[in-house]
Design a protein around this ligand. Structure first.
Ligand SMILES: Nc1ncnc2c1ncn2[C@@H]1O[C@H](COP(=O)(O)OP(=O)(O)OP(=O)(O)O)[C@@H](O)[C@H]1O
Length: 242
């Protein structure tokens, strides 16, 4: 297991947004987290990446306790997070956006060493190719479609070579074609890393999920294959039946 969450809870002014949650994610697993609005999905990812501090419980990444580490340390440990709205630098090109996200010391700008320069270029091109943006390297990020911005942000995360990627509704606002490409991208990524995706679109969930976790009111409601959770009466009752 790359991620083990034990008895995790967080309260906001006495309200339990995540309540005694246990969750394990395997190596090269693509896990999808679903559940109604307010179920605690985003809060769960916020705790894994260190943005929100749990009230109690443990988050073990590759056997190491992450619970009290800073967001920076958690990124360095190998956990990358993408938020719901893309946050790319609109005035910079695709290549520049990818470059500034390279791990420290690898950037082309200010680099005096030719070989390092070439390595950085290769890393930028590899990331751009991976997220379907090789032909757009010189374009300003502000000119990209919403879906392409989402891909650029995934590319920026990939340059940091995370071992666990956390994605909050990665296909929101994407065209059908972009969704298809994103499904392909996520399958490729999960051949080498673990991925946790929050998603509402069940057709997309069916295409990508190895396993699904259903949250409701901060608790684990159901877990299993897409077919298993889709036929679970509790899931139909609180989520899929609506
Ligand atoms: N910082 C905070 N302070 C107070 N309450 C919060 C905070 N963050 C989240 N909550 C509450 O915790 C609950 C869970 O929110 P969360 O955003 O994790 O749900 P979600 O499952 O991601 O929902 P959605 O599908 O709408 O994004 C909600 O009731 C929300 O209002």
């Amino acid at each position: 297991m790359i991620l083990e969450i034990r008895d995790l809870s967080v309260s906001f002014d006495g309200f339990k947004a995540v309540d005694n949650l246990n969750l394990s994610v395997g190596q090269r697993e693509l896990r999808v987290v679903i559940g109604p609005n307010g179920a605690g999905k985003t809060t769960l990812l916020d705790m894994i990446c260190g943005k929100t501090r749990p009230t109690s419980g443990q988050i073990l990444f590759d056997g190491e306790e992450m619970t009290r580490l800073s967001e920076d340390r958690i990124v360095k440990a190998g956990i990358g997070r993408k938020f719901q709205t893309p946050s790319v630098y609109e005035d910079l090109t695709v290549a520049e956006n990818l470059e500034i996200s390279l791990p420290q010391g690898q950037g082309v700008l200010g680099s005096l060493c030719f070989r390092r320069d070439a390595r950085a270029r290769e890393a930028i091109e590899a990331a751009a190719r991976e997220v379907f943006l090789l032909d757009a390297l010189a374009h300003k990020a502000g000119q990209l479609s919403h879906g392409q911005k989402q891909w650029l942000e995934i590319g920026m995360l990939l340059t940091q070579e995370p071992r666990l990627l956390l994605l909050d509704e990665p296909v929101a606002g994407m065209s059908p074609r972009e969704r298809e490409q994103t499904a392909e991208l996520l399958s490729r990524i999960s051949a080498g890393k673990s991925v946790i995706v929050i998603e509402h679109d069940m057709d997309f969930v069916k295409r990508i999920a190895h396993k699904v976790t259903v949250l409701h009111q901060g608790r684990l409601l159901s877990e299993g294959s897409v077919e298993q959770v889709q036929s679970d009466p509790r899931v139909i009752d609180v989520y899929l039946g609506h």
